[in-house]
Write a protein of this length. Sequence first.
Length: 147
Amino acid sequence: MLLYIIVFILTFCIMEFMAWFTHKYVMHGFLWNLHADHHKKDHDSWFERNDAFFIFYAVVSIGFFLLWQNNILEIGLAIGLGIFAYGLAYFLVHDIFIHQRFKLFRNANNRYAKAVRRAHKMHHKHIGKEKGECFGMLVVPLKYFKK
């Protein structure tokens, strides 16, 4: 049981790196056409092409559930749940807390919440795919905690 908890936590932590890497080199790289609408102020729809990245990671998570269910990978459940938990945290922080796609968590004003908002605001300062910064989500550079 301890192994599964460790794998779950490790997977969740690795997903922060994967989110940073995907955001910096894929979303702001060769798949910018899917991410560009996220950097525009007005959208044609509530959904963005950028939401395709959530679908990708959901499919990866489901794949690990299937590997576990079919007795191919014993720790597949822990990995799948780790990816799912990170996706849920990302959705809560990015889509709900920062971008207010649902009007929840509007009054969160602790140091961490302010730092997350500042870092993400700096990321969206750049409308194009070049010169970006702050590509992660949950791990925020220390400079955004100061003020």
